[in-house]
Design a protein around this ligand. Sequence first.
Ligand code: GLY
Length: 432
Amino acid sequence: MEGPVDVLVVGSGGREHALCWKIAKSDKVDQVYCAPGNGGTHLVAKNVPIKATDLDGLLAFAKEKKIGLTVVGPEDPLCMGIVDRFEAEGLVIFGPDQKSAEIEGSKAFCRELCRTHHIPSPQSWIFSDVTKAYQFLEGHKDEKLVIKASGLAAGKGVMICENHAEARQAVSECLDKRTFGDSGNTIVIEEFLTGQEVSVLALSDGSTIVPLETAKDHKARFEGNKGPNTGGMGVISPSPAANPRTLKQTESQILVQGIHGMGQEGRRYKGVLYAGIIVTSLGPRLLEFNCRFGDPETQPLMMRLKSDIVPYLLACARGDLGQIRSGPDWDPRPAACVVAVARGYPGSYEKGQRIEGIYEFEGHDDLMIFHAGTERRVDGNCYTSGGRVFSVTAMGKSTGDALSLCYEVLGKVGFPGMGFRKDIGKRGAYQH
Ligand code: GLY
């Protein structure tokens, strides 16, 4: 029988803290490392000062420490080909290879995939030529449109355009002013759909698909869905919009079609496939595929997951997920997560504020603070170092109970200028 392995988690957000926390509970694991980690990951893992995009450094570390499983959090190293590099050296790594990560790295590729493999999606049009894009807008003057930079843009490349002037502005930002650099060389214009958004994540080894529990993210910065989009201000799990019919349709029409479609394109998709869907009156429609775990979706999902996650991650990476006959098991109780952000986020934000009470807080299986943009300094205190600073995640008898626990903690732990949404999980906060 195989002995316990050492695990390397790549990344530094709340998602990675939650993954380290869950993985560290596994009896199949000896030591968890987190590169580069944050001011909280050292509580459950050993931080390693190597950036998530330093593929040479990560590879050298994994070889030296004989890491038995590497789990990649963010999209950048995946799109840079970390999985290809590790696998070429015989290392076991969870995540899609570079060709497969294009499902997130190129929105134009994703839309072509949807078209070819009949994945229900909004109508979409792809442009690289600014004149042709403006011409297209002339014929769609009265429509609300979504305009996306095709490449990675840290969540900022999606523009919801209420009118013709805003649509022209968005086209100009991408194709003329090059605000998103090469990521905006190509744009995708999509019809705007109305409904509730749901995040549905699934594990896959390229043939077997294991959907996880659902989650509902809140992307806008301010209460009532106002203000600029962020990486995510809070989550409830399960999502209220995820009824059994919607889930069945999402699994068969979106997740299975996505994974199998990728296979037919010669891209065996291993890792987690994140489907951002919108539930319309005609059924679920795919807004985006991401090639990684969501943040903050992962925090409540890891709390609700009762099964050991490590056998699933190993099986995806090795291509034998079909060998796992049961599960995973979930705690039926709902969970919630509220994100605390620095003043100014998602624009330029303050850093270096001391966070009071965070190291004194004693978490447990049903209530945790997951760190993100935090750092522990030599004085032993914790300081802010990023836009999304930490998230409080709780499980309760009801979503309301879980949220009350989160907000109670946010009344005790904090820093100057801290912001958070007070309406996470409230109906009006996520209905469009
Ligand atoms: N919470 C949204 C995302 O991870 O993309």
